[in-house]
Design a protein around this ligand. Structure first.
Ligand SMILES: Cc1ncc(COP(=O)(O)O)c(C=O)c1O
Length: 377
């Protein structure tokens, strides 16, 4: 990979700075899907207090190796017993650790989906078994196809909502997949990194005890805007939690992250503000993008939107790389979605951000559209 996503992900301002000759801090970032409200105020207070406290024990002492206080807070929030919770250095750590426990021969990933599922498989030499999703079928597999795929693999990943399509799996599909995995003896990881953005969406959380081979993995970095601190958790049976913890490097979750996580969970008002913002701004951006010539928007159900570039090459259509460059040169970062297996260079993804920022994105798209028209005259 040679573009902005050379390390596999959006949000890489440093590579973008190098490619587009700007300071890393000089980008408005629509390529990572982070809550633009910033961290909950209580998080900033707790961190400030910890960093200014005499002796700064949060820095000068080792953190709790088992994040016990945070685990208790997560168990309360998710309404599960505390031994059903594992905390990790971002959801990414837990998604990856599962491989070290079961050493799968065959790993199932949907195409497209978050790149780390496949990366974890490839770096250990596991065979990747794709489940192709297509826009014609709303990015969802048929029931039989899904169950056949679960039976073919030792470990299957489903993104709920899926990244980059933003789609949620129907309740029946998740239950059927979890049942099939338990019957077949395969492991199902449901990646719910973005589920907090869809309050009320279905999750297997309440039925987890019926599905001993299913794990739910969540991120606290997107919803609570803490990607720099790294924090995520898994909900799974106590035996799974023990196995995950046994494979973690010692102190993988640092003291600041533990404090921040606990403070974040106690802020209900922040959850409501986030839901209000997303409801308003998702619609605003969606409607605005529908008016931009040359793009088709997939509405999804979350805080990012997948777009297909519809302009035909022969009549002056541009690729995802060209769109990313044009926007990057204007100081705006968008995700070139051609790096997702199953998509090509006619796809890009943008995050939903604040009104002012969404307006800037729409203006930049329109400016680039006008420029393209002039060029093709
Ligand atoms: C679908 C999905 N799952 C998991 C992660 C990892 O998140 P975290 O920052 O918690 O490691 C990401 C990050 O982009 C993601 O997009």
């Amino acid at each position: 990979m040679s573009g902005v996503e050379r390390y596999g992900h959006g949000g890489d301002r440093w590579t973008a700075g190098f490619l587009f000759h700007r300071e890393a801090s000089d980008f408005l970032d629509f390529s990572a899907n982070i809550n633009p409200l910033g961290p909950p105020p209580g998080v900033l207070e707790v961190l400030h207090r910890a960093l200014t406290e005499s002796g700064q024990p949060v820095l000068t002492q080792y953190p709790d190796p088992r994040s016990r206080s945070l685990k208790r807070a997560l168990a309360r929030k998710c309404d599960v017993p505390v031994d059903w919770v594992a905390v990790g250095n971002g959801g990414a750590e837990l998604l990856d650790l599962v491989h070290d426990i079961i050493r799968p021969r065959r790993v199932g990933v949907t195409h497209p989906s978050f790149s780390e599922y496949e990366a974890a498989a490839r770096k250990r030499g596991s065979e990747v078994v794709p489940l192709p999703l297509s826009e014609e079928r709303d990015w969802l597999p048929g029931r039989e196809e899904l169950l056949r795929w679960v039976r073919q693999v030792d470990l299957a990943y489903l993104g709920h909502p899926n990244n980059p399509t933003g789609t949620l799996f129907p309740e029946e599909s998740l239950i059927a997949a979890a049942e099939e995995a338990a019957r077949h003896g395969s492991v199902l990881v449901v990646d719910e990194a973005f589920l907090d953005f869809v309050p009320g969406a279905f999750t297997l959380q309440r039925q987890l005890s019926d599905f001993p081979t299913t794990l739910l993995v969540r991120s606290m970095t997107k919803f609570y805007a803490l990607p720099g601190l790294r924090l995520g958790y898994a909900l799974a049976s106590p035996s799974w939690v023990k196995k995950l913890e046994a494979r973690q490097i010692p102190w993988s979750v640092n003291g600041l992250a533990q404090l921040a996580g606990e403070a974040a969970l106690s802020d209900r008002e922040y959850e409501e503000r986030t839901a209000d913002w997303l409801h308003r701004e998702r619609l605003f951006l969606l409607e605005g993008l529908k008016r931009v010539a040359g793009v088709h928007v997939f509405p999804g159900s979350v805080n990012y939107l997948l777009l297909r570039l519809t302009g035909r090459r022969a009549s002056g259509g541009y690729s995802s790389h060209q769109w990313q460059r044009a926007l990057g040169e204007r100081g705006i970062l968008i995700r070139d979605a051609s790096t997702y297996p199953g998509l090509d260079d006619t796809y890009i993804r943008v995050a939903v951000r604040s009104r002012e920022e969404n307006e800037r994105l729409l203006s930049a798209f329109i400016e680039w559209e006008t420029e393209r028209k002039e060029e093709s005259r």
